[in-house]
Design a protein around this ligand. Structure first.
Ligand code: NOJ
Length: 721
């Protein structure tokens, strides 16, 4: 290979009209023929992809096949719930299945590499990309990371429906100051290792083929030029042997971060161990001169190129460059009935029932229902924010799904009631282009809604933020319902009719008014192409809700960051009534607790936990202990419960969190059925990274806690000696 050809392999231009940075693609075809392209991303359809591959294989000197990437984040054309919602299912089989289906559909249309899973832990609901991750817990995040890598890569990418995962965004993208996207991140290394790194490490251990850099700085150095991250930690410490791609134009952005000119930042990225440059063209523009001037060695280039070529080998592209380009599969294996049924079943597991006074839910399918709100008849929104391949307008709205689910659709009454946002400019910035705004004044929309509500026995309010109010570049400083929707909700509540609120969101939102005044509240996130039917399944009781929160829901923005696995401080407040305690760690004007805690979620049935048991109250440092707890469904409906186990290290060389999730199990229980759930506590569950970043188990006392949420546990003491 010539040096130019090697550098070409390190270049990944965008292949479609999806442009989020400031680099547009140029004439890619000519570049491919000239050997200046290693892969292309976000291009949809076998036709176009085949043509690009043909040019690479037939017209370039060496005929090296291209790798085709895409943001297949929560499904391809069959769209699954957004990742934050999926995490609330706590169902690893379902999550793996969703990734498997996404891989099988994407690969049928030429895609062999997905920019997923996004495993950034986040305690930042202001940050729009909290929607793309698994919430605030590193253990749950790690299990989900593994499940997704397994789902995408299958048996090591041998089959033509198994694609390469790209773990993103390494590292710490989920902790931007103020929740503002792309903003500064700063934290201690012990916190990185103990609270943020576990999912990345787990994904690497699971064999993920590639990693993506994050946009933010880590220890003051942008991730894309951070050698400690990519070489010392990812490769040397964790043994990752795949390749690293930047995020979109992230090498160029290092100049804006203030790290120098084009040559400086490009050298930094290569030195860091970053192999491929996404969309920036920075390597293409600089590496040849950098090698000529001796600032970068050809050996470094060889190392990067070898990793990229190895990935192509692993994918089987050298045996058959067209392995993933299969028009027949594309025509028959995408958005199939079976895939859609899976998406509907899985979506129904992700809704979190937050409140259900007087068992208002489920509703009877032959009642009279007023379905009201800007998200009630908004099919395009259902798909959520990262659905590059989704076909717009093909899926159903809640209104259509409800009409079908009801015995007599003439008993369904609908009104929009409010635009998404009162402010048209805000709405344009935060919602989909094809979301049509009602030009009438807010008061008129509310009046119409009240007239519609009049005809019904129960009101279902479909409110929340738009699908694109979360995701990339969608940070929010206020997390309650937009003012005009709040006015609508208050007017609906004031009718005195029972109100069910379906809260659509891509993040934890602030629902203090709702928690106090609305009898039933269910968070439905963005549930994907089959989401509307899945919501109907749960609202009308075909399926009991079983989702549990994976991110704390705050009472106010002022509480953020708010997370269950916090340190105790030297002056914790008491567990007593929420009155202010002077010289304690609390607020004058707010409780410290969340409105709805991590792990919380109701069902249509009730579960009773029996007493927990430890197989032994003492454990050797290399031993294990079995914790068991009987859980009974003592209601009248079949349902699933997520049993959670937390630990607390009571005395250690460093302050340790008051609770850390270590195990969980989702159990299906028939009415009257009891199952005993057992977890094995291992030394790793009780270990942590000490101030020297060594992973150690320090003998002593531990609290072992089991329960239905992080805020409701029974506790037993375990001594390690
Ligand atoms: C920028 C996003 O940060 C990243 O998650 C995504 O994969 C790339 N753009 C490609 O679209």
């Amino acid at each position: 290979m010539t040096l130019d050809e090697k550098i070409g392999q390190m270049n990944l231009p965008v292949g479609a009209d999806i442009v989020t940075g400031d680099i547009m693609n140029s004439d890619i075809g000519a570049d491919i023929a000239a050997g200046r392209v290693g892969g292309v991303f976000n291009m949809k359809g076998c036709g176009k992809i085949r043509e690009y591959q043909r040019i690479a294989v037939e017209n370039s000197r060496l005929g090296i096949p291209l790798i085709f990437g895409m943001d297949v984040v929560h499904g391809y054309e069959t769209v699954f719930p957004i990742p934050l919602a999926l995490s609330c299912s706590w169902d690893m089989d379902a999550i793996e299945e969703s990734a498997r289906i996404a891989a099988s559909e994407a690969s049928a249309a030429g895609i062999c590499w997905t920019f997923s899973p996004m495993v950034d832990i986040s305690r930042e609901p202001r940050w729009g990309r909290v929607a793309e991750g698994a919430g605030e817990d590193p253990r749950l995040g790690a299990e989900i990371a593994r499940a997704m890598v397994r789902g995408y890569q299958g048996r090591n990418m041998e089959a033509d429906d198994e694609i390469m995962a790209c773990v993103k965004h390494f590292a710490l993208y989920g902790a931007p100051e103020g929740g503002r996207d792309y903003n500064t991140v700063d934290m201690s290394r012990q916190r990185m290792f103990n609270e943020y790194f576990e999912p990345y490490k787990a994904a690497a251990e699971e064999g993920a083929g590639s990693f993506m850099t994050s946009f933010n700085v880590v220890d003051g150095i942008p991730a894309s030029g951070n050698r400690w991250l990519f070489t010392d930690v990812l490769r040397d410490l964790w043994g990752f042997d795949g390749f690293v791609v930047t995020d979109y134009a992230a090498i160029n952005e290092m100049m804006v971060h203030g790290l120098g000119g084009p040559d400086d930042v490009s050298k930094m990225a290569v030195d860091a161990g970053v192999d491929m440059d996404m969309a920036g063209g920075s390597y293409l523009a600089t590496l040849k001169n950098l090698v000529a001037s001796g600032k970068v060695s050809e050996e470094q280039i060889d190392t990067a190129v070898r990793r990229i070529l190895e990935a192509k080998y692993r994918l089987g592209l050298f045996d058959n460059p067209y392995k993933y380009i299969n028009p027949e599969r594309e025509a028959t294996q995408i958005y199939t009935q079976a895939n859609r049924e899976a998406a509907r079943r899985i979506a129904a597991e992700t809704f979190v029932l937050l409140k259900n006074n007087g068992n208002l839910l489920p509703l009877s399918a032959d009642g009279k229902i007023a379905l009201i709100g800007p998200l009630a008849d908004a099919a395009t929104h259902m798909q959520g924010m990262w659905s590059v391949a989704a076909v717009p307008g093909r899926n159903r709205s809640l209104r259509t799904a409800f009409a079908e689910a009801m015995a007599d659709s003439s008993r369904l009454f609908y009104a929009k009631g409010a635009n998404l946002y009162g402010d048209a400019e805000m709405e344009a910035g935060a919602s989909m282009a094809n979301c049509i705004r009602d030009p009438r004044p807010a008061g008129e929309l509310v009046a119409e809604a009240l007239a519609v509500a009049e005809k019904a026995d129960v009101i279902v309010a479909a409110l929340g933020e738009g699908a694109e109010s979360s995701g990339e570049s969608a940070s929010r400083a206020f997390l309650q319902l937009p003012g005009n929707q709040m006015e609508l909700l208050k007017a609906l509540v004031a009718t005195g009719k029972p109100v069910v609120l379906l809260n659509f969101s891509g993040r934890p939102t602030v629902m203090t008014y709702e928690a106090e005044n609305v009898p039933a509240v269910m968070n439905v996130w963005y549930a994907g192409s089959e989401g509307a039917d899945a919501i109907a399944d749960v609202v009308f009781g075909k399926v009991s809700p079983s989702g549990k929160l994976t991110a704390s829901m705050p009472r106010s923005v002022g509480q953020i960051p708010l997370y269950y696995n916090h340190l105790n401080t030297g002056r914790p407040r008491s567990d007593g009534p929420a009155v202010f305690e002077k010289y304690r760690s609390n607020y004058l004007d707010s409780p410290v607790t969340p409105l709805f805690p991590f792990g919380y979620g109701l069902s249509y049935t009730t579960f009773a936990y029996g007493p927990m048991k430890l197989s032994s109250a003492a454990m050797a440092p290399d031993g294990s202990v079995v914790v068991s707890v009987p859980v009974a469904n003592n209601g009248s409906r079949a349902a699933a419960e997520v049993v959670q186990l937390y630990v607390r290290d009571l005395v250690a060389s460093m302050s340790r969190p008051v609770k850390e999730l270590k195990h969980f199990e989702r159990v299906e229980l028939q009415p009257g059925e009891t199952k005993t759930v057992s977890f094995t506590i291992t030394p790793a569950d009780l270990s942590f990274y000490n101030s020297n970043l060594e992973f150690v188990l320090e003998p002593g006392e531990f609290d072992i806690m089991v329960g239905p949420s992080s805020a409701e546990v029974q506790t037993a003491r375990l001594t390690v000696r």
